[in-house]
Design a protein around this ligand. Sequence first.
Ligand code: ADP
Ligand code: MG
Length: 385
Amino acid sequence: MKIHEYQAKQLFEKFQVPIPQGGMATTAHEAYEIAEGIGGDSFVVKAQIHAGGRGKGGGVKVADSLSDVITLADQILGMTLVTHQTGPEGRLVKKILVEQALDIRQELYLGIVIDRTQARPVLMMSAAGGMEIEEVAARTPELIIKEAIDPAVGLQPFQTRNLVFGVGLDPMLLRTASGFINNLYKMFVAYDCSLVEINPLVVTTDGQMLALDAKVTFDDNALFRHKDLPPLEDPNEIDPLELEAKKHNLNYIRLDGTVGAMVNGAGLAMATMDLIKLAGAEPANFLDVGGGASADMIANGFRIILSDPRVKAILINIFGGILRCDVLAEGVMEAARQVKVAVPIIIRLEGTNCDIGRNLLGASGLNFTVAGDMLDAAQKVAALA
Ligand code: ADP
Ligand code: MG
């Protein structure tokens, strides 16, 4: 689960990770009031969307007066912001963050991610802040200093020193930087984060360190133990079909292609997507209905695939184990009773009760073709899509 920058900064504050003064606004008037409360005469107005690269896209602007704040707030609220992370369709801005503008001496990068190879959280710090870290990693990987943390012993003082000296930070800042990094790591662990990223982390001209940007992602599998987190999710930032799928406990991810795929098991779903591509078509979604799906879940999954206007043909690839093929057939027929099926369906059923499943579908009056095996199924669906 992802949250907005302003929400991530509220969590930082709880853990004594310093942030600029500011607040979230949904109208120009609110923006004005926040700026007035901050005081001074220089502010930053920042679009709140779940995508990076907002600065380059025109979603982060400096205001030199209170009236400037109103002008910029009006300009950014309601704009469709396009960045390298939003795709060409962009994202509608409904919220902004108004902050004090800081006098920046130095911009750094600080991130914590889970490294699955090492099975540990890894702290990454770089003097090349404000730039895309993927670029830095590709061109000048030596500029990124990494420390893997043993979760049993936690972050050790020598590791923070390695980071601070590794990026060439002023040694006078060691104490400040160590406190900053320690508090951030505490937050990462306390909230079961999968990623925390501050780009840039800034040193101001008066020697303070603050998180100027904040990106936080939580491990969905740990959300059950953080009751305060789910309410932070902004439904505006989630694909409506993915939101609907989540309600029905389906693992659904929307993609850009034209072949809708309904599969049981994540591994089989991945293999099916590979075969669709191999056959020359593109999958419109990833959908794993799960091992023990009910007819209801199947019906919901099928309905969600059908409601995507990009879908030109559907491939149902089920290996009946715990999920019986007759249950699958009932689910598909239930969905077909609720919504009109205007696209061809290719079906590959194997395993438990596959004959009953095929017979049920055969008698259902639905327009579908039975495939011999997986490759045959992928080729048939690609030809139709
Ligand atoms: P994004 O990464 O989405 O482009 P950032 O929050 O990193 O957005 O902002 C982009 C740039 O804007 C920063 O690298 C920084 O130079 C500048 N900036 C952002 N917030 C402030 C602020 N409060 N004071 C001064 N400059 C800022
Ligand atoms: Mg940034």
